[in-house]
Design a protein around this ligand. Structure first.
Ligand code: ADP
Length: 491
């Protein structure tokens, strides 16, 4: 397939069908399709093939057949294919970003940033592919040697969400391929097209057939169960809600499948009395508003020191009111639509609950009239501790503010959640900021930064926010098994 001149927004390159299996573009085995909609208008984008159990099994066959060849492929060659994919993604940034806007709705600026972030996983893991450590040493008792080798774990299966249609796929695909594992991917039903475009680019970069199989579908449970029920699948990596993750963990137990789970968050954003307030407002806008707040590491609740609460609320409120909502492709728009109407309804419910318990709207932006699933950028103040919005993932552009005076009391409130993905601290005193960062129960902390995702750093959560890490040195570990060989080698 030649990508030159292909418009990734049009039906090509997957005109024959959208199930990418064994290097071919196929219809679902039973011919089923399902509709994918544009969240900015509610219009149908097009009907997409809906893979089922038979396709899921065929994908395992394809992956299994390709496994030995890929495992034996020199790491340098694996690395080159990943690096070429990185280059291709950069070259096609505009088309990919438009595709993300079309099916996810986020503002073009955020979509283009996502393409850059997603592409970086290919570069980072191209670099890691040739640095897989092994060791050789003496047994302490003497008389024999320890040989410790790292093997690819085997066929890997992924289920990804709709909020980062490119990056959630590449964050898993790149390390798996780098480690020598074939991949099965079920993208979110709402956003299958970007994952298919990534598959097209990997193919263009020379990835042999069967090593990446992408199965779009609205029959998630059918595909998920077929994969987790097959003992040839040795690794399962999921990004999505804690509820679905829990269910899939149970299914993974049957075959004792190695799992990585990136689940929900409830990130606190702490503004200390000595913070640079302008920087904190910029960081809050990044941490709250990137991707319209539909981000698992989005700042979910704000703890602002009482001494600076008035200034922070006024400046942050002004920034939120200035947010321009509209179709993600329209000029100057920084807030696109939410993914669908239930997402908007959930945000409205959380706001209504907070208002009923005594919160007030301190600032609110505008949304366009007409179709599309929009919610305005909103700042809530006087939010009581029992408001649901402080305990549930908002996944939208609403910022609930609370105040604090005592650090210990604030930390107790910030940590009173089953989640522990990201958190944010703003303070000019780095000693204070690090003390707070270390006491916040979170897998990641942004100190004087509202953006923390980086392919070169380990992403993941503690408590019920997940298991394992993606990206960084740790990212490839998830796809490697350790084998120890006791070698009797008398001198
Ligand atoms: P949301 O629907 O809010 O995106 P989910 O965690 O349910 O959150 O979805 C994340 C991903 O998990 C999507 O790709 C979805 O299709 C998939 N998914 C949902 N339920 C199941 C299931 N029972 N088995 C396998 N995948 C599932």
């Amino acid at each position: 397939m030649n990508l030159a001149g292909i418009d990734l927004l049009a039906k090509a390159p997957y005109a024959e069908g959208d199930v990418f299996l064994g290097g071919r573009w196929l219809q679902a085995a039973d011919g089923r399709t399902y509709p994918v909609y544009d969240p900015a208008t509610g219009d149908l984008i097009r009907d997409v093939s809906a893979a089922g159990e038979e396709d899921a099994r065929a994908a395992i066959e394809a992956a299994e057949s390709a496994a030995a060849g890929w495992r034996a492929t020199p790491p340098r060659r694996r690395s080159e294919i990943l690096h070429d994919t990185f280059e291709l993604m950069r070259e096609h940034t505009d088309a990919l970003a438009r595709l993300i806007v079309l099916e996810n709705g986020k503002a073009y600026r955020d979509a283009a940033a996502e393409v850059g972030y997603a592409a970086e996983f290919f570069r980072w893991f191209a670099e890691e592919a040739v640095r897989i450590d092994s060791s050789f040493g003496d047994a302490p008792a003497g008389g024999y040697r320890h040989v410790v080798r790292r093997h690819p774990v085997g066929v890997t299966a992924f289920v990804t969400p709709w909020n980062f249609p490119a990056a959630m796929a590449t964050r898993k695909i790149a390390p798996a391929l780098a480690a020598g594992c074939p991949v099965l991917l079920k993208p979110a039903p709402e956003t299958p097209l970007t994952a298919l475009a990534v598959a097209a680019l990997l193919t263009e970069a020379g990835l042999p057939e069967g090593l990446l199989n992408v199965l779009p579908t609205d029959r998630a449970a059918e595909v998920g169960s077929a994969w987790l029920g097959d003992e040839r699948v040795r690794k399962f990596s999921f990004t999505g809600s804690t509820a679905t993750g829990r269910l899939l963990l149970e299914q993974a137990a049957a075959n004792v499948v190695n799992v990585t789970m990136e689940l929900g968050g409830n990130a606190p954003f702490v503004v200390c009395a000595d913070a640079d307030i302008d920087a904190a407002v910029r960081g809050a806008m990044d941490a709250k508003m990137r991707g319209g707040g539909e981000v698992c590491i989005a700042a979910n609740r704000f703890y602002v020191h009482a001494d600076v609460a008035a200034e922070f609320t006024e400046k942050f409120g002004a920034a939120m009111v200035a947010v321009r909502a509209g179709s993600g492709l329209a000029e100057g728009v920084t807030l696109g639509p939410m993914i669908n109407q239930p997402a908007v309804d959930k945000i409205r419910d959380l706001v209504a609950d907070a208002l009923a318990r005594g919160a007030r709207i301190a600032a609110q932006g505008e949304v366009p009239d007409g179709p599309g699933h929009f919610h305005p950028a909103t700042v809530l103040v006087d939010v009581p501790d029992d408001a649901r919005i402080l305990h549930e993932e908002v996944f939208g552009p609403v910022a609930p503010l609370t105040t604090f005076t005592d650090e210990d009391e604030m930390l107790a409130r910030a940590n009173a959640t089953v989640h522990g993905l990201a958190s944010y601290v703003y303070s000019r005193d780095v000693g204070r900021a690090l003390r707070l960062a270390e006491r916040l129960e979170a897998g990641m902390v942004g100190v004087n930064r509202g953006l923390l995702s980086d392919p070169a750093a380990p992403f993941g959560g503690v408590k019920q926010s997940g298991l394992g890490r993606e990206g960084g040195r740790e990212g490839i570990e998830a796809f490697l098994e350790t084998q120890y060989i006791a070698l009797d080698w008398p001198l």
